[in-house]
Ligand binder design. Structure first.
Ligand SMILES: Nc1ncnc2c1ncn2[C@@H]1O[C@H](COP(=O)(O)OP(=O)(O)OP(=O)(O)O)[C@@H](O)[C@H]1O
Length: 604
């Protein structure tokens, strides 16, 4: 769902209120101070008009005493207000800047909080990325414009009211005429706002590709492969053509708009000339006196310059409001904060019955009618060819994806809240995250806020053999693992994998799901881990995914997944005897090893 191009006046108004609330929530004190300052400015404007009228009236009349007695208090009041106004202007600018930063933080935290609450499945939806991108854009670029435009618009509104009230006090008949002049410019600004939003919508995908290419070209991890394959220029050319498209589309929209703006400007000026003519005639017919007419025209001039100066801000604010409408949708679409996780006895068995799963937008389900039993304290292996659905099933069992059909149960009790599964499971992903933070952070992220973190950290590090890695680092567990940060360093892929494993140990949960936990480990480390798996995870229920059949043979039970279905299960011996997919995969790998060993011994 997107904020429609032609956002209705009602929802635009709702978003404007939302915007003001955001600023208000960011910093009430400064916002109020800025409002008071704008009130002063508007009052000063009003007094200048009254002063002009009185001055002219006094000069034209015959009583100088009247001039003094009427003019002086007004002059003094105007001077006092102008002085206060001047003194506060500098302050108001600094308030405005601080307010912009605070609004920035407030809006971005809204986006981040909403994103944090978003379930993993939603991340598979491209429409979500579009929404997220627009919401992030709203939060990144817009707050400063939001604050300055809102302030300018409030200022103009106050001026309008002040000048309007002064008009009414002098001669009400000129008021509608005065309101007519800025209409063409405001209309043109609205058209530009819609055109720009439309343009941003069309270019969203193009920008995402461009951003991705920028990340590739500047990323540290990608730098080696880009150089090794020499694809820098290819990627750069693609990035450049994305920009070419953006420039071409922007030029078309801006050209069209420039013509509209010139026409609107001429129309506005024509109306102003007509108003001057009207006032002239009105004075001629004796409707108003000359001082009132001059003061009114001065007011018209003051108002016009303000309105003209804010039409560009109005366009910008229009943009902001449209993006904020996206932010509003994005923030509103998130589910409420997860409820307290009901505590139950730990450990136990984990079972899946008739579990099916389909990715959003996919034509075929990835999992179909999966039945799987992880007995309490047992070690279960999941095997299958690439793309058979192993990782997907692991994510369903870990409570990261809700099954489309079927149920997952703990100790025979169906789990209705995925948070329960997430809380009970420690998952080591195939593509685990390398946190470019300290060694301690990388391990303690396994369970933030856990009790006795020092003991847990030491045990987890020992179990995953990270202690020997940390000892060799300059700052031990406090070493930052990011060569791009000062004092930082990097680890080998296998060392990173051990660190991710330590994170799983640190979590200390009843269910452990390991997706290819040794893919980057050397043969010795891998053998050690699988030899000790039972001891290391004693009392835990373990599911591990592996392509290395030699690791799998020791599992209590092995399941073979094929195109989303469990096609066989049993222990190593029974599966070999069944002579199915498992037996075929096992013999293929075993033959590969025997052949290599034979060739090597012949060579020797
Ligand atoms: N986000 C996604 N959207 C649509 N389809 C997906 C998505 N992620 C995975 N798939 C599809 O689901 C199927 C199973 O993927 P999965 O990663 O679970 O396989 P796997 O058995 O773990 O494979 P591998 O052994 O290569 O790790 C694949 O056909 C894949 O294309």
């Amino acid at each position: 769902m997107t904020a429609a191009k032609g956002l209705s006046a009602r929802s635009l108004a709702g978003t404007a209120v939302f915007a003001l609330r955001l600023i208000w929530a960011a910093d009430r004190r400064r916002f109020t101070a800025i409002l008071v300052h704008q009130l002063f400015s508007a009052a000063t404007l009003s007094l200048v008009m009254l002063f002009t009228k009185e001055l002219l009236g006094g000069l034209g009349g015959d009583g100088r005493a009247d001039l003094w007695s009427n003019l002086m208090p007004l002059l003094m009041a105007a001077m006092v207000l102008m002085s206060i106004n001047g003194a506060f202007r500098g302050l108001a600018q600094s308030w405005q800047r601080v307010l912009a930063v605070k609004t920035d933080r407030h809006i971005l935290s809204l986006v981040l909080r909403s994103t944090m609450k978003t379930d993993l499945l939603t991340f598979e939806d491209p429409a979500f990325y579009d929404r997220l991108q627009r919401a992030v854009f709203a939060s990144r670029v817009q707050p400063i414009t939001l604050v300055s435009s809102a302030v300018a618009i409030i200022q103009t509104s106050f001026s309008l009211i002040a000048v309007g009230a002064t008009f009414v006090a002098m001669t009400w008949i000129l008021l509608p005429l005065c309101l007519l002049a800025p209409i063409p410019l405001i209309r043109a600004a609205k058209q530009e706002r819609d055109a720009r939003y439309g343009l941003n919508e069309t270019l969203a995908e193009n920008r995402r590709v461009r951003d991705y290419l920028e990340r590739l070209l500047t990323g540290r991890d990608e730098a080696k492969e880009i150089r090794a394959f020499g694809i820098g220029k290819t990627l750069f050319d693609r990035w450049d053509s994305c920009y070419e498209k953006e420039i071409a589309d922007t030029t078309v929209v801006q050209r069209r708009h420039a013509k509209r703006k010139i026409a609107a400007r001429l129309a506005g000026d024509l109306i102003t000339v007509a108003i001057i003519g009207g006032v002239w005639l009105y004075v001629g017919s004796g409707g108003i006196d000359v001082p009132t007419a001059i003061a009114a025209l001065l007011g018209l001039f003051l108002l016009n310059t303000r309105v003209q100066s804010i039409t560009f801000l109005f366009t910008a604010l229009g943009d902001v409001l449209l993006y904020l409408a996206d932010l509003r949708l994005f923030a509103a679409a998130r589910p409420a904060e997860a409820a307290e996780i009901p505590r139950r006895a730990s450990s136990g068995s984990l079972t899946a019955r008739g579990v099916g799963f389909r990715y959003p937008g996919a034509s075929e389900p990835t999992l179909r009618g999966v039945d799987i039993d992880l007995p309490a304290g047992g070690i279960v292996a999941l095997v299958g060819t690439n793309g058979s659905g192993k990782t997907t099933l692991a994510k369903v069992l870990a409570g990261l994806y809700p099954p489309s059909t079927g149920t997952v149960s703990i100790d025979g009790e169906p789990v209705l809240e995925p948070e329960v599964l997430r809380d009970r499971a420690a998952v080591l992903f195939q593509d685990f995250v390398k946190y470019r933070l300290t060694v301690t952070d990388n391990i303690e992220f396994g369970r933030p806020g856990a009790e006795d973190p020092a003991r847990r950290l030491a045990e987890a590090a020992r179990s995953a053999a990270v202690d020997t890695i940390a000892e060799r680092l300059d700052h031990g567990y406090d070493t930052v693992l990011g060569a791009e940060f000062s004092g930082g360093t990097d680890l080998s892929l296998g060392q990173w994998q051990r660190l991710a494993l330590a994170r799983a140990f640190y979590r200390d949960s009843p269910f452990v799901i390991l997706d290819e936990p040794t893919a980057s480990l050397d043969a010795q480390a891998e053998a050690e881990l699988f030899d000790k798996l039972r001891d290391l995870f004693e009392g835990r229920t373990v599911l591990f995914v592996s392509h290395r059949m030699s690791n799998v043979r020791g599992a209590d039970r092995i399941y073979t997944l094929d195109r989303g279905r469990i096609v066989e299960s049993g222990d190593h011996e029974s599966l070999l005897a069944a002579d199915g997919i498992y037996a075929k995969l096992f013999r293929l790998q075993a033959a590969g090893y025997e052949e290599r060993v034979t060739t090597q011994s012949e060579t020797v």
